[in-house]
Design a protein. Sequence first.
Lengths: 296, 338
Amino acid sequence: MSYRVLVLVKQVPDTSNISGDVMKPDGTVNRSKLPAVFNPEDKVALELALQLKDNYGVHVSAITMGPPKASDILRECLYMGVDQVFLVTDRKFAGADTLATSYVLSSAITKLGPFDLVLAGRQAIDGDTAQVGPQTAEKLNWPQITYVEQIEKLDKNKITVRRKIDNGFERLTGTMPLLLTVIKDAGVPRPFRAKRVMAFKNAKTLSELEAMAAENSLLYIDQLQAEFRDNGLYIETLTTDDLDVEIARCGLAGSPTKVHAIESVVLAGGEHIKVEPSREGLGLLVEQLMKDHIFG
Amino acid sequence: MKNKHEVWVFIEIRRQSIAEVSFELLSKGRKLADRLNGELKAVIIGHELKKLAEKTFTYGADEVLLVDHPNLRLYNTLPYSRVMNMLVKKYEPRIVLFGATFIGRDLAPRVASYTKSGLTADCTDLQISDVTYLKKEYPELLLQIRPAFGGNIVATIITPDTKVQMATVREGVMEMHPVEKPAKIKISEIPFEPDPVDDLVKIIEQHQEDKKINLKTAPIIVAGGYGMGSKENFKLLHQLAQTIGGEVGGSRAAVDAGFVEHERQVGQTGVTVRPKLYIAVGISGAIQHRAGMQESNKIIAINTDPDAPIFGVCHYGIVGDATEVIPKFIQAYKEKLK
């Protein structure tokens, strides 16, 4: 029996490329102006899972919780070589902090399992919290190893990894089921395979099929769903109806952390001395710093 | 609710000594506890640490909760989180602070999940204030302040409805200072019961070196950003640093681009520094970066873009290309300090 590995992936606004029109005049962020991307460390986690598939023949699934549009990164998972993908989406999940997110994810993992190993990126670039991995492990009552930089081997229900620690590393052996979070240096995500792109570019979620049916009166949602499923192109979609969750613990309602205030960072033109980038200008600067006892 | 005015700091032990971040958190925790008319407690988990535990009183602790057992000598997620879960659940402190370190960021989320507490990562400031949220009054909440969304906003996070408020804080962000009159030493030992689950993850080998680069103690830092353009150009910064007796730092973008090692990263997700002189070269000045350097005594900014935000926090601004300005700077220094 092959091991079953699940990768937690997230679609994030590309915070590394924020330009002027992304910030609204009131200082809030216009998310629609930001391109949505595959969270980089999650992609590395996916790469490690696919390496386990190459080396040990494990079965790899990927799951994301997010708006319907997050199906984009699930298709990317399929292009890279994942066997199965799941979308967890519901308006009631919106506005979730890390605790509410891990609550829903752990419920989905229990429902879709059993899994032997769950992999995730250490953190997502939109929040940088690194909390969803450990909190999901806790909700599952599983052990965790965070900051994994290398998977050394998988053997008899045990996995040996190397993780980063302050000014060094440690090697650990964990008994599965186990959750690992992975840092960027752990691997380089493989490119999409052309053959798989052709095969899966039409993979669709429930809401995408519903949109198709709404546009064309000749198509019926039940028949579409059955047909796409038969062809391996249906992206399993889970909502609150499919999961054993208390609504009060999901989304904004289930999130203990609340945003009390947001301040946009608009810098007042601070007073400073302008120094000419010339030999004379820099000479004067050096003299000033000598006077201030910083140099010399 | 019992003990609602307790502030706890998880004390991080590395190779049998207390990590600096823990003293920094004790100093901040002392202020928060005073504001709440409460007590500051240091939670220490490990083995043979009784003597070490006494040091926390110098930084303001009123009491140490000590969990000492041979199985706890090295940090391991499951036994440590079992201990913290049990303690937090039992005593329900009002606030628990962790360093945003490899250990703190592994442990804190697990404890927050178990106790269903709110947790905010990488805070750059913590304050106590009465808050009105959704028309309800909440007295003396912990304001957890952190840059968010690529550093374009500063968010104040609160956890109004949970008994315990948790936060992690990066090393170097809070200032550490000993208290004038330390409290009388009071160490409460808490028993530890080993459990088979503790062995689900076993450490086979551990390597930890002394820090090779210590930006925090460098009097002068020459830091480069993405605007340096290449690893090759970063050599100029090394030359300048060597000439004027400083260390080289980098912004997150420069680290991500591979221009400079991660150990040299200054900013919210790197090191926070307060040198005598900070020279920011080709750094635009996103708030995450500024959070890590704006308390420097003097700041020089060198950037080709006259509108770069870094010019808003500097004392001396030079608009120009680093590859031209730096060699002239080195030359000027050598001429003046012959």
